[in-house]
Design a protein around this ligand. Structure first.
Ligand code: LLP
Length: 420
């Protein structure tokens, strides 16, 4: 992350010292760079400049209102997967007509809320969903704009937990049933079919599967055109990978430029749904070393962050680089497993890391802007951390640390609980 620099031995974000952020806001604490988020968004937006397009940020990656606000100001659209995410986008000042709604299990209430808000498009993932949406739109006296999410049966060559474009996944409508599903959609009176959607997985490093999926989408678009149903837009999903360790991330600008060139005369609006590539590299989790536990076969650094704040290593075995914020003081590096206080053996944030640390040292767990805070939990009755947005010289507390009382303030002891 170019916004991350070591100045005089201390790690800084946009030139703001991370030690001072930890002192002001406490640890553990998520810190994001506004400039990094903006820069990453522009790679997509400028890369696609040659054709009509809308970059719909995947809200699930990081749904803090300040992040949404940052992107909204640049003209981003939003890809949502729940009524909760729609409410967040609207609360951040986002425009409903730039929102697309993905997901396999949209409830009636979510459909109603999205129709009433006037979202741009529903990415419908099954035939029963088409029928439900048609009925709800009819009851509201509206026509629902839809695109069908096609499962192209392409292997994204990523972690099996985050691969979504294979025939065996729950996502999307199988490619070979797509035409029939479109004909059905076109026959329903309260739907307006406007696009094709596709998303094959996440943390994709090799863009060849994306190209393959695009070819399948283009084939389908042609078949639809032949039936008089030419789509207005093609939504090619998200999934662009980032560097966590030594991976080579796809060149986003180059990829988008090539896409724009390929589709320059095709007459479609192109949408993308990137999440991780926009916010992942822009954020980190700051944590302090509580104890060094050296009496075991392994050396452990017990820190004040855990799988409750950053679940990815425990859930996927993901790697996040962990670096010392200050280079001063703690002698030669030694190897540690960096672990949290949670009572689970999988509460490991990094294994066998060379670190020069002592109790009190501040560490930065990098590339944690995506699926970090968004997946944080209160497991072990731990408060979720503060979130700070660095914006030039300013450090804005865009979400304060939760308080312990707030975690159970709505719970009741038996005699106080209403019986229903
Ligand atoms: N669009 C759809 C329909 C999606 O399901 C997803 C992610 C995205 C867009 C955004 O994908 P991205 O550009 O962020 O890769 N929790 C996992 C990632 C789960 C991704 C789920 N869907 C992780 O921490 O790696």
């Amino acid at each position: 992350m170019s916004f991350l620099q070591r100045i005089g031995g201390e790690l800084t974000l946009e030139g703001v010292g991370l030690e001072s952020i930890a002192e002001r806001f406490g640890t553990p604490c998520y810190v994001y760079s506004r400039a990094a988020i903006e820069g990453a968004y522009r790679e997509f937006d400028e890369g696609l400049a040659g054709i009509p397009h809308l970059v719909c940020y995947a809200v699930k990656a990081n749904s803090n209102l300040a992040v949404l606000d940052t992107l909204r100001r640049l003209g981003a659209g939003f890809d949502i997967v729940s009524g909760g995410e729609l409410a967040r986008v609207l609360a951040a000042g986002g425009r409903a007509d730039r929102v697309i709604f993905s997901g396999v299990g949209k409830s009636r209430g979510e459909m109603r809320a999205a129709l009433e808000a006037g979202i741009r498009c529903f990415n419908v993932e099954s035939e029963p969903e088409l029928e439900r949406l048609d009925a709800i739109a009819g009851a509201l006296g509206k026509r629902a704009p839809v695109s069908l999410r096609i499962n192209p049966d392409v292997d994204a060559r990523t972690h099996p937990y985050i691969s979504t474009g294979l025939a065996g996944n729950k996502f999307g409508i199988p490619h070979d049933r797509a035409l029939a599903a479109y004909l059905k959609a076109a026959s329903l009176p309260n739907l307006r079919v406007i696009g094709i959607g596709c998303h094959i997985g996440s943390q994709i490093l090799d863009t060849a599967p994306l190209d393959e999926a695009l070819d399948r989408v283009l084939e389908l678009a042609q078949s639809l055109a032949a039936q008089g149903m030419k789509p207005e837009h093609l939504d090619l999903g998200g999934g662009f990978g980032i560097r966590y360790r030594d991976e080579v991330a796809p060149d986003i600008r180059g990829y988008c430029e090539a896409l724009a060139k390929k589709l320059s005369s095709a007459g479609y609006q192109v949408m993308l749904e990137p999440g991780r590539a926009i916010v992942g590299p822009a954020g980190m989790l700051l944590t302090r070393v509580e104890y060094l536990k050296l009496d075991k076969a392994k050396r452990f650094a017990v820190v004040d962050a855990s799988m409750s704040e950053l679940m990815r290593p425990a859930l996927y075995g993901s790697y996040h680089e962990i670096v010392e914020v200050s280079e001063r003081g703690a002698g030669a590096p030694q190897r540690f497993d960096v672990v949290g206080p949670v009572c689970e053996s999988t509460d490991v944030l990094g294994t066998d890391r060379a670190l020069a640390i002592e109790p009190g040292s501040l560490l930065a767990i990098l590339s944690a802007g995506a699926y970090g805070m968004a997946m944080a939990s209160n497991y072990n009755t731990r408060v979720r951390p503060a979130e700070v947005l660095v914006d030039g010289a300013r450090a804005l507390e865009v979400r304060p640390r939760e308080t312990i009382e707030s975690l159970f303030s709505s719970e009741k002891r038996i005699d106080d609980a209403p019986a229903r």
